[in-house]
Design a protein around this ligand. Structure first.
Ligand SMILES: C[S@@+](CC[C@H](N)C(=O)[O-])C[C@H]1O[C@@H](n2cnc3c(N)ncnc32)[C@H](O)[C@@H]1O
Length: 196
């Protein structure tokens, strides 16, 4: 994780609730899926300001983030079944096979080293554990040109506007279970994978 990304989110934490407004409908679907799952240990990498922490209804949740400002806001939403830790998703401090579920919500295109995050995800996930990746993905239609044009600008906001999940080799270690789209012209998808 670079100091720049960390600094960016420390300063951006104040404005994040505005961005979050646009992410709410997809997060609603994410939590519908999560709250259907059997009990278990759940890790969210890049938990951010924790605006959605109240939507975790039943699991034992560990949320990690590198930004202390985001975590400080998240702590206001913390309840007894949630622990929050400042930690880098590219180098997690948990033993192998600790978690049943791992959530990557709007984080895989933000981290500096997505391959490292996926490798760490694989390591700390139990066999048959599931990962939930909610993100924007560059579509295979004319909208991809917008992503391309936006690429330079998006760098300033520390995310990759042009993003293809299958360009990450580590994702091949997981088996895709489901792909949930949010409409033909939506950039967002929820991808659910299993540790094979
Ligand atoms: C776009 S926000 C998403 C927050 C939240 N998951 C959501 O869906 O609203 C990305 C978050 O990832 C965090 N982040 C960036 N790089 C990280 C890393 N290497 N490890 C852990 N968190 C990281 C940022 O500090 C920020 O809080």
């Amino acid at each position: 994780m670079s100091k720049q990304t960390d600094n960016f989110y420390n300063h951006f934490s104040f404005f994040y609730p505005v961005v979050d407004l646009f992410l709410k409908p997809q997060k609603h679907k994410l939590f519908q899926e999560i709250n259907k799952l059997p009990d278990g240990q759940l890790l969210e990498i890049g938990v951010g300001n924790g605006s959605h922490l109240k939507l975790y209804k039943k699991h034992q949740v560990t949320g990690v983030d590198t930004s202390f400002s985001m975590l400080n806001i998240a702590k206001k939403q913390q309840t007894a079944h949630i622990q929050l830790l400042q930690m880098n998703g590219e180098a997690l401090l948990f033993p192998d096979q600790t978690f049943d579920y791992i959530i990557l919500s709007h984080v895989i295109a933000v981290v500096d080293a997505p391959e490292k995050v996926l490798a760490e995800t694989y390591r700390v996930l139990k066999p048959n554990g599931q990962i939930f990746i909610l993100n924007h993905f560059t579509p295979n239609n004319w909208l991809r040109h917008i992503d391309k044009a936006f690429q330079l600008f998006s760098k300033a906001f520390h995310f990759k506007s042009e993003f293809h999940i299958n360009s990450l080799t580590t994702i091949k270690k997981f088996r895709l279970l489901r792909e949930i789209s949010f409409g033909q012209f939506s950039y967002f998808k929820l991808l659910i994978y299993k540790k094979a």
